[in-house]
Design a binder for this molecule. Structure first.
Ligand SMILES: [Zn+2]
Length: 71
């Protein structure tokens, strides 16, 4: 009856949710710096930007140095 159908629906939603989470985790693992191309595993911090853009701590430090040299 209705209860069975709603249980099935919850189960489907749960499986869908888990699948999306697994996909999202894999995407995060494969994320890399948009500037130097280093992967998440190769840097300390990967700062997420808009869309799929990211910048790593090393590029942030390099950018900060360059900006400091100009002033
Ligand atoms: Zn970088």
């Amino acid at each position: 009856m209705n209860t069975n159908r709603s249980t099935d629906f919850s189960q489907t939603m749960l499986e869908l949710h888990e699948a999306i989470n697994a996909l999202r985790e894999r995407e995060e693992d494969e994320a890399s710096c948009s500037f130097c191309g280093k992967r998440r595993a190769e840097v300390s911090v990967l700062v997420p930007g808009p869309n799929t853009l990211c910048i790593c701590d090393q590029c942030v430090a390099r950018a900060a140095r360059l900006i400091g040299q100009r002033t």
